[in-house]
Design a protein around this ligand. Structure first.
Ligand SMILES: Nc1ncnc2c1ncn2[C@@H]1O[C@H](COP(=O)(O)OP(=O)(O)OP(=O)(O)O)[C@@H](O)[C@H]1O
Ligand SMILES: NCC(=O)N[C@@H]1O[C@H](COP(=O)([O-])[O-])[C@@H](O)[C@H]1O
Ligand SMILES: [Mg+2]
Length: 402
């Protein structure tokens, strides 16, 4: 792909082809945006009938952590752009193929960015040690004995996370030494299938609030979106919202500086979800996704172009601009526990909450354990009003597993 890209016609020799690695709810929205731009889309994930597969031109099921399977697929498809969507990918293959340029391949935002962020160690060392950004105190451990030593050095409570995981998988807050063995066990079994025992152990940050600062690097420069506030439960997002457009924050300039430094170091084009803790006026870097962020689902109602549309435009090489809905907006994820195929009821009641309510049913084929299967979205005059509406809409939905 050149710096001034053209878009071909899908399924023809001129097609512009985008291949998603990871095809969950976030990828589904990216594929919809790419389809609107006439891009041929190929959705890949570890299981069949994943959400993005249901809207893409075609799909493949492979173990994305298997380097040879991934290499074989990419050589076969030869996409113009690869869009990583999840944290469990053999990213070394992306770096190898981007470097080799056997065909004109770009990885969004860059192969190096995906390598560095796929593993918590890469991005944490880049931010804290190379860029000298404030982070929680941390250590990396490979054994239970190392964990014990580092946790007591850092001081309680500590947060333990597998180096390859997301959405809180395998993550726990440990308040006393007695809780440590169970947390180690959870980290070993609960991650996203990494082949290592390695974990990060972090000192607990007693923040006032936490935000995702969506940052778009694109052909026209770098654009910071309005902060997205969120509340997390067990390491996974439980609610996110944007305050009315134009709200001023004393820490915003510092937050943009941190986001600019991290995304600048990662480089390339695309959207980044920069996760920051705010404590007083202090901004502490937590982590960054070089792709759309789950808390950014709120942009589906808060902006004229959502984070998914912005990612699609940026990775294709186009400049972006954003207009905000002037009021508040909110998203509320729907998670279910159990086993079976989801069946949803209560949509009329959810829509009756407010005309601004929107519902996304992701279409995940089944649930085994706990899984996010839907989200509700709403607007309001204030963020609080939007949050109440999004929650009320989610409460009105019922999910049966059959
Ligand atoms: N050191 C810390 N101190 C206090 N809270 C923390 C710390 N690390 C993580 N958390 C809490 O846990 C949440 C999830 O952590 P983190 O983002 O690292 O996990 P994740 O698995 O990558 O989640 P996601 O994929 O949803 O971003 C954070 O948003 C924050 O609320
Ligand atoms: N915090 C990261 C995040 O929200 N990622 C989103 O969740 C999907 C995996 O869901 P699953 O575990 O239900 O398959 C991913 O594919 C992505 O869309
Ligand atoms: Mg996170």
């Amino acid at each position: 792909m050149t710096d001034a890209p053209t878009i071909g016609t899908p399924l023809s020799g001129s097609a512009t082809r985008a291949l998603l690695l990871g095809s969950g709810e976030l990828g589904k929205e990216v594929v919809i945006e790419l389809q609107r731009l006439g891009v041929e889309t190929i959705a890949v994930d570890r299981y069949a009938d994943a959400p993005a597969m249901q809207v893409a031109h075609r799909s493949h099921v492979i173990d994305m952590q298997d380097a040879s399977a991934l290499r074989e697929l990419l050589l076969d498809e030869q996409p113009d752009v690869v869009i990583p969507e999840i944290e469990a990918i053999a990213t070394g293959v992306l770096a190898e193929l981007e470097e080799a340029q056997e065909w004109s391949l770009r990885v969004a935002p860059t192969a190096r960015a995906t390598v560095l962020t796929m593993n918590r160690e890469g991005i944490r060392r880049l931010a804290a040690e190379d860029l000298s950004l404030p982070t929680s105190p941390y250590a990396f451990v490979d054994t239970y004995e190392e964990l014990e030593a580092e946790a007591s050095r850092l001081g309680w409570p500590v947060v333990i996370k597998p180096v390859m995981s997301s959405s809180g998988h395998g993550q726990s807050v440990v308040r006393t030494p007695e809780e440590l063995p169970a947390a180690w066990e959870f980290a070993q079994t609960g991650g996203r299938g990494s082949q290592t025992t390695r974990c990060i152990v972090e000192g607990f940050v007693d923040f006032d609030t936490e935000i995702t600062l969506l940052t778009v690097r694109h052909a026209g420069g770098t654009t910071f979106l309005d902060p997205i506030f969120h509340r997390q439960v067990d390491g996974d997002y439980a609610e996110s919202w944007q305050e009315p457009a134009g709200t001023a924050w004393p820490w915003l300039a510092a937050a943009q500086e941190v986001a600019g430094a991290v995304t600048g170091a990662l480089g390339g084009w695309g959207i980044f979800g920069v996760e920051l803790f705010i404590s007083g006026d202090e901004v502490i870097f937590s982590e960054v996704s070089p792709r759309p962020h789950d808390t950014g689902l709120v942009t589906l109602v808060g902006q004229d172009v959502s984070e998914f549309g912005l990612h699609a435009r940026a990775v294709l090489g186009f400049p972006v601009a954003v207009t905000r809905w002037p009021g508040g907006c909110a998203s509320w994820p729907v998670k279910v526990h159990g086993e079976g195929v989801p069946e949803f009821a209560g949509l009329p009641a959810a829509y009756a909450v407010d005309p601004s309510v929107q519902v996304r049913l992701f279409g995940k084929p089944r649930v085994d354990g706990e899984r996010r299967v839907a989200a509700t979205l709403a607007r309001g005059a204030s963020a609080d009003e939007a949050r109440e509406r999004a929650k009320a809409a989610a409460d009105a939905l019922t999910v049966e597993l059959r």
